[in-house]
Design a protein around this ligand. Sequence first.
Ligand code: GLU
Ligand code: MG
Length: 463
Amino acid sequence: MPDLPPPIASRDVADDEAALQMAELLERGLRRLAITFVNHAGSVLVKGVPLERLVLVANQGVGFSPVADAFGATGLIDPQQSLARPDGDLRLKPDLTALRPLDPASGWAWAPGVRHDRSGGINALDQRGFCARQQASFAAAGLSALAGFEIEWMVGLPQPGGEAGGWTPAVMGGPYGADRLVQGLDYLTAVAEALDAAELPWLQLHPEYGAGQFELSLAAATPLEAADRLVAARLVIQQVSRRFGWISSFAPVVTSDLVGNGGHLHLSVADQGVPLLGGGPGTAGLTARGEALLAGLLEQLPALMPLACGLAVSYVRLAPGRWAAPFQVWGVENREAALRLVPAGGGEPGHLELKVADLSANPYLLMGAVLGVAQDALRHPRVLRPPLSGDPASVPPAEAPRLPKSLSEALLALEASQVLREVMGEVLLRTVAESRQAEVRRSEALSDEDLIASTRAWPLTGL
Ligand code: GLU
Ligand code: MG
């Protein structure tokens, strides 16, 4: 068992505020609350409670074993992890400020949870707590960020012997095809309606490149809210797919002949309210501070990889030529650059897109780490290399280094990063690294094909 750092102080929920909120929710026909958190392996775990218990649950939480952070990608517990032990209990408390409907027609609401120690403080390993601390520290430095995730997923027909055995796209139609839009119109309409009912603002929804693949862009929000929206939107997509009798897969790779599913993160940053990634004298409107931000993020990209791409199969997606951006370069509107600068325009601020990320990332860990690295980048400015235009695969590797090609290589970069060690703290970093080591062990004996099959419908598994 690692020596756990002390819990972090948390605010009590005022009973009368919670009671008022509960009355309003009951009035709207909501009856049940799903409280989720995302564990180290990137799985969304849940406890459901009757909404009538909201006041009590908000203050005391519901029990959740700390062993949940030792669940692996397929749910199995690797006994070699230090958190794989039967004792202890944490209290999962819903964040009432982020509570929203999930599926109002069936009476379910949703709230992201934060795990507290019995003593009342936020548990030091809690991923959302980490993200909230990084956001607070960002704000204390006069910085602000807006963020939004893109979700790519594939829909397939259920396979008689399970998805490990194969995959059949549920909708026909070509890449970005209007034919696929109309083939899947009932489905996409249902997804859009369900997102609206869940109060999840979205910007774009359309077919993606791969067979049976769709993409949703969520509207920008504070970093914590953006991570919350990603979690809720994925649940909404899963629920609608299920209603259609389809399997939705957010796996980085569904079959070896298809492009993968990314989970790209868009981020704009302002310092004292002044945007850093637009309106400046540099390339594509970068300010000098914006250049420092990019340079620092670029330097730390290999170390961020285990947080951005947490499955062993994530690294099968990261092949050149699949728009998964596996190169440690930045570029203006370059879709093969891990950091893509999108210049200001069309009413949107200049922002960057972390293109390399996929949906196996725990969005709270990734977002918190990115904010921490960004803050470090601005505190200790490095010189930014020129942008890369064109295909990074066609220039010498020294100009466009490949990002880690395996989870174990990425893990070495994380463990060697002094910046991320400071941002995450020793114990959070060590237990996340243990979780990734467990995934490395699970995958070691598998061929690429067996590895893809083992997480083909991720996060749905046989367990
Ligand atoms: N599907 C690609 C990926 O794996 C991204 C395609 C794109 O949106 O540019 O990330
Ligand atoms: Mg896309």
